[in-house]
Design a protein around this ligand. Structure first.
Ligand code: HEM
Ligand code: SF4
Length: 581
């Protein structure tokens, strides 16, 4: 038995990664899900099925805080599911917000999480509630298809389509790309929505994916310069809008970006994408389809640690890719157009759009929407959703824009924000406002250290230094991940912290503010005291030695404190430059 269409065509399935056979034999992702979802003896599904449910945005986890206690009591782990919504461009209507808020409180752990890829994540969904949970999302006109798994993931775009016609066009394109690249299997309908399949099993097919889908996940981002909120260089495929006289004339096509790596395995590294060419707006969907299919056919299906598109591009080169894409497209790409990014952060607070409507971007620390004393974020947003007539736009910095507020409504929204304590973030330092953490413990099975639960405390301590040095309005990006997979894009932060073991992190420094330069390793496997000591020393130097309006990341490179990381393949081998002082 061989794989259809792939470059591994001549290789028997047996020589490839076990997941390839699993996908091939799964009857388009059905596996044994019908049986394991109904099995009331355990809160888990079978191991094989856990790999298949990812294609439907469902990730089996267990509460790691109680793992040991349950093991001692001879109980199975506290199994639960993470559920991720497909939300291209990150936008939803107020009534959809209300539906998701209700689902979070009824069938999940009571909170919502806005993710670094512009969507909602639920945690703590129990197996017995899983179908009801998914069905409530679908009833709101959304779905969870391909939010995880070896497929094209949620397509992200520079936030807030209501900001200008250009933003609207880019957001609509994100929707179209997402729809075009969606898996077609009837398994979602049948097994999770409990509705009859619309396709007879023997005629079912996946026209774009085939039976083995992609070698690994595939991520697409669209950016509108000068804002690089999406971190377009961190994605398998990026489109950068080229705007002339307020009109999009086309898109630069970027290929081969990605964040994840494994500690101490130099063959794995974060990589920034390369600019491969320029295409017209009408060609974007075909470019996306063919690029994904090139990866389907040439991506490594034996070693999942080398299976992302970034390694296909690194190994074969951009000229090879461009030739292959042009052959499949039947026409040439144009030469890339100049573009420049100024920031990867969000503009917080009030902003007025081209049409006069207002938008309020709310800082949401690490994207966690829940109530806490003095700041009833979840309740406040629920009340706002009941009266808001525009939309909600999630940003890829885990923040939220209440978008499209009529001037006559602005006061009412501001009053609600104030009533629920949601204007407090105006007092947060720019360091905190530019912070991001991945989820990590207690739910993520891959976490080696805390992230979401710890970064706010670390920033409390750093804030003292920042305030003492009068740097509280200096936008320095700080991002933490609980493991090297890098879900919070830590390798693109001016300060990146990546978990190695409980309480221990690698400290990376010196990425650029616009997301065009990776950071570099500065200290390895250090605890809080050393992190604080290192950062306090460097912030002090920055405060006194910086050149006018120089950003922290650029300062660290100019002064030689860390090397300029030019290529991802050197990420794990270039030794940190030690401080001169
Ligand atoms: C390469 C290996 C990666 C693996 C195996 C992986 C796996 C995971 C897992 C298990 C979670 C669930 C954590 C939880 O909610 O408890 C997660 C969350 C997430 N991952 Fe990844 N991930 C990887 C890389 C990335 C990268 C590079 C990005 C984006 C650039 C990313 C984006 C996300 C997002 C947006 C979330 C949701 C939570 C958040 O906002 O932090 N992942 N990932
Ligand atoms: S970076 Fe690691 S610890 Fe954090 S959510 Fe991603 S996989 Fe989990």
């Amino acid at each position: 038995m061989t794989l259809e269409r792939t470059a591994d065509l001549s290789r028997p399935l047996e020589e490839l990664h076990d997941n390839e056979r699993l996908k091939y034999d799964s009857r388009y992702l059905r596996g044994t899900l019908a049986a394991t979802l109904s099995d009331e003896i355990t809160g888990a599904i079978s191991d094989d099925d856990t790999k298949l449910t990812k294609f439907f945005g469902i990730y089996q986890q267990d509460d790691r805080d109680v793992r040991e206690e349950r093991r001692r009591a001879k109980l199975e782990p506290h199994y639960q599911f993470m559920v991720r919504v497909r939300l291209p461009g990150g936008v939803c209507k107020p009534e959809q917000w209300l539906a998701l808020d209700a689902a979070a409180r009824t069938t999940a752990n009571g909170s919502l999480r806005l993710t670094t890829r512009q969507t909602f994540q639920f945690h703590g969904v129990l197996k017995r509630n899983l179908r009801q949970h998914i069905q409530s999302i679908v009833a709101a006109g959304l779905d969870t298809v391909a939010a995880c798994g070896d497929d094209n993931r949620n397509v992200i775009a520079t936030a807030n389509p209501l900001l200008s016609p250009v933003h609207a066009e880019v957001s609509a394109l994100a929707q179209r790309i997402s729809t075009h690249l969606m898996p077609r299997t009837g398994a979602y309908r049948e097994l999770l929505l409990e509705q009859p399949s619309t396709v007879a099993p023997d005629t079912e097919e996946e026209p774009l994916y085939g039976r083995t889908y992609l070698p690994r996940k595939f991520k697409i981002a669209l950016a509108v310069p000068p804002t690089n909120d999406v971190d377009v260089f961190a994605h398998d495929l990026g489109f950068v809008a080229i705007v002339e006289s307020e009109r999009i004339v086309g898109y630069n096509v970027l290929v081969g970006g990605g964040m994840g790596m494994t500690h101490k395995v130099p063959a794995t590294f974060p990589r920034l994408s390369d600019v491969a060419g320029f295409c017209l707006p009408k060609d974007v969907i075909s470019v996306a389809e063919h690029t994904m299919c090139i990866q389907r056919d040439y991506g490594n299906r034996k070693d999942r640690g080398h299976a992302r598109f970034k390694y296909t591009i690194e190994d074969r080169g951009v000229p090879w890719f461009r030739e292959e894409l042009e052959r499949r497209l039947g026409r040439a790409l144009q030469e890339p157009r100049p573009f420049a990014f100024a920031t990867s952060g969000d503009v917080l607070g009030w902003q007025q759009g081209a049409d006069g409507r207002w938008h309020y971007t709310l800082f949401i620390e690490n994207g966690r929407v829940s109530d806490r004393p003095g700041r009833a974020l979840m309740s406040g947003l629920r009340e706002i959703a009941k009266v808001h007539r525009g939309m909600f736009a999630l940003t890829t910095n885990q923040n939220l824009t209440i978008a499209g507020i009529d001037p006559s409504e602005r006061e009412r929204i501001e009053a609600l924000l104030s009533q629920y304590g949601l204007l407090n973030e105006r007092r947060a330092t720019a360091l905190r406002r530019n912070s991001m953490a991945c989820v990590a413990l207690p739910t993520c099975g891959l976490a080696m250290a805390e992230s979401e639960r710890y970064l706010p405390n670390l920033i409390d301590k750093l804030d003292e230094t920042v305030r003492a040095l009068e740097l509280e309005e200096e936008p320095i990006s700080i991002r933490m991940s609980g493991c090297p997979n890098g879900c919070s894009r830590p390798y693109l932060a001016e300060i990146g912290l990546v978990g190695k073991a409980p309480g221990k992190y690698n400290l990376y420094l010196g990425a650029s503010a616009g997301g065009e330069r990776l950071n570099a390793l500065y200290r390895e496997n250090i605890g809080e005291a050393q992190i604080l000591q290192a950062l306090r020393t460097l912030l002090q130097r920055f405060a006194t030695e910086r050149q006018s309006s120089e950003r922290f990341g650029d300062f660290l490179i100019r002064t030689g404190i860390v090397p300029h990381m030019r290529a991802g393949r050197d990420f794990q081998t270039i030794a940190p430059v030690r401080e001169a002082s």
